[in-house]
Design a protein around this ligand. Structure first.
Ligand SMILES: [Cu+2]
Length: 291
């Protein structure tokens, strides 16, 4: 579980890191790798494909990434779901697909929001999309309801077995909740939202019990879930990849935590698990003082 959990976190970051040389040596020759994979999404406008590739021996493990396509002609006839063999040309600055052969097709992986992740990501300054979800008290909620309040949103699932993933996000939120309660400036002005991407297991009852076990103040901290497609799309917009495996209770995912201003726009998005409650609190105080 642990290895796979990191895969999504590496999505965009890995390729440049792998191919970026140290310093500025003479330009190394491009190196070609043969890649087998499945096209998950086609982006004609940007000449890129989202591909889940198998292991590329000696270069990179199996993962899902967006690949630039060298020649627009190679984009012709590409469809989501097709299986391909491609040549990945890697130079010191970039990797691109220089040859693509159609080898078959297969259903897109179910229970994953990988294809949705290829869509547009929310960025700083973007308004939080209005999404209809349901809270742990069985009330229909819309993300737009939080407009007017400083809000921190993260994505978790309660069965997460990795202490430094979802349980750490819960723990950080507990800390933020406590600090806000002690802070006369922020008290009553900050809300927290944890969205579960495991609707199969994280029923309203489970979420309510989870909230209680964390000491979540219902006036401050809301747990949301919804139908899987809505959640997966929402998670994808925030940059959270969710990959479920049939028969396994564990979900491969990365972490993203967004700080939302009173105008309903994103102030900051933290990737991963190394953000500290103190940093979020400082950001909330700054936003409160200079909205
Ligand atoms: Cu987790």
């Amino acid at each position: 579980v642990k290895d796979r959990t990191n895969v999504l976190a590496l999505l965009a970051a890995l390729l440049p890191a792998l191919v970026a040389g140290c310093g500025r040596p003479p330009k190394p020759a491009a190196k070609d790798y043969t890649m087998h994979g499945q096209v998950l999404a086609v982006h004609a406008d940007s000449n890129t494909l989202t591909v889940h590739n198998d292991d590329i021996p000696g270069f990179m493990p199996a993962m899902t990434m967006n690949y630039a396509v060298a020649d627009p002609a190679l984009m012709k006839g590409r469809t989501a779901g097709e299986l391909i063999t491609a040549t990945l040309e890697v130079t010191d600055v970039s990797g691109k697909l220089t040859a693509i052969t159609h080898t078959g097709s297969a259903p897109l992986p179910s229970g994953s929001n990988i294809a949705a992740m290829a869509g547009s990501l929310l960025d700083v300054g973007d308004p939080v999309p209005d999404v209809a979800l349901i809270d742990q008290n069985n009330r229909r909620r819309s993300l737009s309801e939080w407009k007017g309040t400083l809000t921190v949103i993260t994505f978790i699932y309660t069965r997460c077995p990795l202490p430094n993933y979802c349980p750490l996000m819960d723990h950080n939120f507990v800390e933020i909740q406590q600090a806000v309660a002690r802070d006369p400036d922020l008290r009553g002005k900050v809300k927290l939202i944890s969205i579960s991407f495991d609707p199969d297991h994280d029923t309203l009852k489970v979420l309510a019990a989870h909230a209680k076990s964390l000491g979540a103040d219902p006036a401050v901290w809301t747990f949301l879930t919804g139908d899987q497609m809505t959640i997966d799309r929402t998670a994808a917009k925030f940059g959270v990849g969710v990959m479920r495996t049939k028969g396994s209770p564990y979900i491969t995912h990365n972490l993203r935590t967004a700080v939302i201003g009173t105008d309903g726009r994103i102030l900051h998005i933290y990737s991963g698990n190394d953000w500290k409650p103190a940093a979020v609190l400082a950001e909330l105080r700054a936003a409160h003082q200079h909205p």
